[in-house]
Design a protein around this ligand. Structure first.
Ligand code: 16G
Ligand code: MG
Length: 543
């Protein structure tokens, strides 16, 4: 390592005094103007990680669903996974090191992680459409270069596309070609193949309105739609030509406000969906004939996909294990439906894709979705090989068809991470194959009314949780208070957790009616405010 060169370059990406940031659930995230030094340093770190793993590492510049003025950065590990936890700590140390300590911290990480500094390093970089992203990704490149790393800058990409590139490059192209055309071709071919078996239903069924959150998803979907146009026609809204990124639109807005985004024309019973700002989340919705809005969220996506998968799995008669992974935010009705009606085992993990992804890897086929629309289906290598073999060998026509269908499903799901575009194509294929309307899909089960609130506290770390965030162990008395409140309502459940991305505590409540979910959420917020050091205005009832 040429530490002198690092020091010299670092001055051009100086860290503002006193600023400390944490590598959180999805990397670093804050106002764009505070991130230049973090980007440079993540370029440095990516080189070390690449040397250590002897693999290509990804760096994505995005702040996902957050406001346009924000930005963020995260590293992507060799198989498209989120950065390993011990390296998250290195990332935090490096980002917060004062200028003069930077060389020492770098050397320290190199030693602790036993990095062979003579190894070559290769880093791939992607960015979203934020005005700040181009300059910030140049700072990443500066960091990579000063440590002698090689790089490829993909420019504008969705987050899942960057994960895909990393995965392709580290599997010598076996997973797919590490180019944007490679991505379009792989997914579209699987989609077209899968939907071939769908009996042609009316035009109506095969049109989808997509709210792209004024983000990168719009650019990429516009390029890609020609590849699958024979199977599906997508109409793009909030495509970034006028509106602001994530402003009154996008998956996060729709899910948290439980209402349609601005800028989309919805006719009754039309199927619509929203991506978030970096296109790794997807949420569906529609207006019924009475003009009532219905949300079809990540839980219902998991329910649709798992029930679809069960049939061909049974048909091929091979006992591949299927599991569904959710978080505490999963609607209670969805968990009940999956366990009692679908009879699939359901597991709960902490919030954040990396936790779900990790758990899902324990199954032959692991379906994971957060209620907010992040998710995918992972097939173990063993399951994939078995299915591919059966698709070739099986004599019986029905069985072979089932195996072939599963083969296409494997190719259609982005195996590196949750991906709004890939998920959208899977969902559209399933609806077409099953001849389901969005209303029929929605009717799989009825969501319990629920409410999410935020509470401001002086220090959100005074709350600590256990049992996949469903129980608060600190501060004393809080869980007992929640238990008492929950008892007052039917079919109720509530939990609180410190946010991993904002300086607030999140409250979730569900109950038999919206009114009850709302008052339970309010009462729990008040308990948090009183017992966990609330600041500012006390929570108020009513929404
Ligand atoms: C991040 C996570 C998302 C999680 C959310 C929770 C990734 C890629 N993203 O956006 O999965 O739902 O954080 O935010 O892991 P919170 O901790 O503020 O509730
Ligand atoms: Mg996102």
């Amino acid at each position: 390592m040429d530490l002198d060169a690092v020091t010299k370059q670092s001055v051009l990406h100086a860290k503002p005094d006193g600023l400390t940031l944490q590598y959180g659930t999805a990397g670093f995230r804050t106002k764009a103007e505070h991130l230049d030094h973090v980007m440079f340093r993540m370029g440095l770190l990516a080189v070390l990680r690449s040397k250590q793993t002897k693999s290509t590492i990804g760096v994505m510049v995005t702040a996902s669903h957050n406001p346009e003025e924000d930005n963020g950065v995260k590293l992507v590990d060799p198989l498209g996974e989120m950065l390993a936890p011990s390296w998250e700590e290195h990332a935090t140390c490096l980002a917060n090191a004062e200028e003069q300590d930077l060389p020492r911290v770098l050397v320290d990480i190199g030693e602790k992680a036993a990095v062979n500094l003579h190894q070559d390093a290769f880093v791939v970089i992607g960015r979203d459409t934020r005005p700040s992203s181009e300059k910030l990704s140049q700072s990443v490149i500066d960091g990579v270069t000063v440590l002698g790393g090689q790089f490829h800058d993909y420019g504008l990409l969705t987050t899942p596309q960057l994960h895909y590139m990393v995965y392709c490059r580290n599997t010598s192209g076996q997973y797919g070609k590490a180019t944007i055309e490679g991505y379009y071709q792989k997914l579209s071919a699987a989609f077209v193949e899968l939907t071939k078996q769908a009996s042609c239903s009316g035009d109506d069924q095969r049109t989808l309105k997509v709210d792209c959150a004024n983000g990168i998803g719009a650019l990429k979907l516009r390029e890609m739609k020609h590849y699958f146009s024979q199977g599906l026609s997508v109409q793009l809204f909030n495509d970034g030509t006028k509106g602001k990124l994530n402003h009154l639109c996008g998956a996060d807005f729709v899910k948290s406000h439980q209402k349609p985004p601005q800028g989309i024309e919805m006719k009754s019973n039309e199927r619509c969906c929203s991506f978030d700002g970096d296109a790794d989340r997807i949420i569906y919705y529609y207006h019924d004939a009475d003009g009532q809005f219905h949300l079809v969220d990540g839980d219902k996506i998991a329910a649709l996909i798992s029930s679809f998968l069960k049939e061909p799995l049974l048909e091929i008669g091979d006992s591949l294990s299927l599991g569904v992974v959710q978080t505490a935010y999963a609607n209670g009705s969805s968990t009940r439906y999956l366990e009692e009606v679908m009879k699939v085992p359901v597991y709960c993990t902490k919030t954040g894709v990396k936790h779900l992804h990790h758990k899902a890897q324990e199954f032959d086929i692991g379906v994971y979705f957060e209620a907010n629309g992040h998710g995918t289906v992972l097939f173990s290598k063993a399951a994939e090989m078995k299915i591919k073999q059966l698709a070739k060998e099986l004599e019986e026509d029905k069985k072979r068809k089932a195996a072939k269908m599963l083969e296409n499903v494997i190719d259609l799901f982005n195996q590196a991470t949750g991906d709004a575009i890939s998920d959208m194509l899977v969902i559209e294929a399933i609806l077409a194959l099953k001849g389901l309307t969005v209303q029929q899909w929605d009717a799989l089960y009825t969501d319990l009314p629920n409410r999410q609130l935020k509470v401001k506290v002086a220090d959100r770390q005074v709350i600590s949780t256990t049992d996949a965030e469903r129980q608060a162990v600190k501060p004393p008395g809080l869980q007992e208070a929640i238990n008492e409140l929950v008892k007052k309502y039917r079919l109720s459940r509530a939990f609180v957790r410190p946010s991993g991305t904002e300086d607030i505590v999140r409250v979730y409540a569900e109950a038999d009616s919206q009114e009850n979910a709302d008052s339970l959420a309010y009462e729990v917020s008040l308990a948090v405010f009183q017992l966990a050091g609330g600041i500012g205005e006390r929570p108020q009832p009513g929404f």
